[in-house]
Unconditional design. Structure first.
Length: 160
């Protein structure tokens, strides 16, 4: 059986917006799980997303309330796969190398911070950044990710 996971990061919302509701209806509600890689900016966004099985970590822009609720990093098991989840920090240059050091034995590393989508395998690990769903982007493009976990792992970046 295949598990479909909606992956978000860097929503940067101070509350529930019409764009978030539309995003949920169009891209999230039919998924088995939602993962958010930080920079929610509001606890209301977490409360909105937990309608589905949910995992998240806090980001560097999250207020203390969110940081108290969510860890800086975590490992999520889905079937036989281990997913490392972290936001990231500092310059986007070399970010994958820095976050790789945080996880030893994982199949996937989901991260955010850079607002740049990424979906590639490096040294046997899928590095997956959904980009920014609703936050600032220099390219003007917003995106989310979808992971499909079954016999194998596949990831897709979806422009929204």
């Amino acid at each position: 059986m295949e598990t479909k996971i909606a992956v978000l990061s860097d929503t940067h919302l101070h509350g529930i917006s019409r764009d978030l509701v539309e995003l949920y209806e169009k891209h999230l509600k039919d998924k088995d799980m939602i993962i958010h890689a930080g920079d929610f900016v509001s606890e209301e966004v977490i409360d909105f997303l937990v309608k589905k099985p949910f995992h998240g970590v806090h980001g560097n822009m999250d207020p203390l309330e969110v940081k108290k609720r969510l860890p800086e990093k975590k490992i999520v098991r889905v079937g036989r796969f281990k997913i490392g989840l972290i936001h990231g920090w500092g310059s986007p240059k070399g970010l994958e190398d820095k976050i790789r050091e945080q996880f030893k034995d994982v199949d996937i590393i989901i991260y955010g911070h850079s607002h740049r989508p990424e979906n590639r395998v490096k040294e046997g690990v899928l590095f997956f950044n959904p980009g920014t769903a609703l936050g600032y982007t220099s390219s003007g493009m917003h995106s989310i990710g979808v992971l499909k976990l079954g016999e194998t792992i596949s990831g897709e970046i979806i422009d929204i």
